[in-house]
Design a protein around this ligand. Structure first.
Ligand code: GDP
Length: 319
């Protein structure tokens, strides 16, 4: 059993690779919901949508979000009605948001809604929100506190970041199945997602970080940082704002209390050598996922490295 913690961009590409190298039924995917927002009165869960679209072959690969081949007639019409249009919801994408909102209004939990939608779309893996409670990532900037989507999509992450907090996290509970998936996993993987706004909200739900610390499974993270910068998006800015170095060392430190192995890019071989001297296990490989072959290769290398028995693992890390 493999349990993955993920956001919706680097994470979705990584999950796509994984589902091609393992039996999808052996995969449990715990998804960040800190980016969730109410948009035109609809409940939108951007990272769950990206994972579900990816796993059902619907994700727009060019954009990296939303539904492939979608149209934007409703968005345009809402603009003509004087509504905000900065969050790009396509017409088919809207069907997901309408259905989820309806099911939530009918009294279902986000876990139930997610399972039902995944089932209808033929997804064999278990997709779990991190929590059924509302946990909202808030980004403090000089113009005030913004939701993650306001910071990221509306304002193009141009505002300096003072701090990030997860409102509601301390009162939240892990969604049903989350702790079990961590406890029963043979391998736990942290996708190359934004540590601060995709993985940290999951870790902020009481009980999840403790379960990772206590787990006997090998816990492996793939770095979203290569040669001192994020492959895409604001992970570098946010790590710095959180007091971490923007490097593979910063990523290792972020996860230090439960991390067994860090997968870094081959371009970071020198930094990996330095990190190994401080006792961190690091394996370098090509981690840029441009093509499907890249995704599959990365997933396979990560699993192979995670499964190595300790003695061989040592040899591997020195390689
Ligand atoms: P979000 O929910 O949209 O923020 O998506 P994620 O947190 O899952 O992914 C964002 C992170 O993915 C960024 O920090 C990127 O640096 C990282 N990322 C995107 N593509 C790649 C890739 O091909 N390789 C690696 N190693 N990281 C990537």
């Amino acid at each position: 059993m493999i349990t993955v913690l993920t956001g919706g961009t680097g994470g979705a590409k990584f999950v796509d690779g994984l589902r091609q190298v393992v039996d999808p039924e052996d995969l449990t995917i715990i998804v960040n919901t800190g980016d969730d927002l109410l948009w035109w009165g609809l409940y939108v869960s951007p990272d769950i949508d990206s994972i579900i679209y990816m796993l059902s072959g619907k994700l727009s690969q060019e954009r990296g979000w939303g539904v492939r081949g979608d149209t934007f007639h409703c968005l345009n019409a809402m603009g003509q009605l004087g509504q905000e249009t900065w969050f790009n919801t396509g017409d088919r994408d809207l069907a997901t948001h309408i259905l989820r909102s309806k099911m939530l209004a009918d009294g279902k939990t986000l876990t139930e809604v997610t399972a039902e939608m995944a089932g209808v779309l033929g997804i064999k893996s278990c997709v779990l929100p991190m929590s059924d409670s509302r946990v909202e990532t808030r980004v403090l900037t000089p113009i005030g506190e913004l939701s993650f989507e306001e910071y990221f999509v509306k304002r193009w992450y141009q505002d300096p970041v003072e701090s990030v907090r997860f409102v509601g996290a301390s009162d939240a509970e892990p969604a049903p199945g989350v702790i079990d998936a961590i406890r029963s996993a043979d391998v736990i993987l942290l996708a190359p997602s934004n540590p601060v706004t995709s993985i940290a909200p999951i870790l902020a739900v009481p009980g999840i970080r403790e379960a990772l610390r206590e787990s006997r499974a090998r816990t492996v993270a793939v770095s979203p940082i290569i040669q001192g910068s994020a492959v895409s998006g604001p992970a570098g800015i946010l790590l710095e704002a959180d007091g971490f170095e923007v490097s593979i060392a910063g990523v290792a430190e972020f996860y230090q209390d439960f991390l067994d192995l860090l997968i870094a890019d081959s371009q970071d071989e020198v930094a990996a050598g330095v990190l190994r001297q401080s006792g961190v296990r690091v394996h370098c490989t090509s981690t840029i996922m441009r093509t499907n072959a890249d995704r599959v290769a990365l997933a396979q290398v990560v699993l192979d490295a995670a499964m190595q028995p300790p003695s061989e693992k040592h040899t591997l890390e020195q390689a």
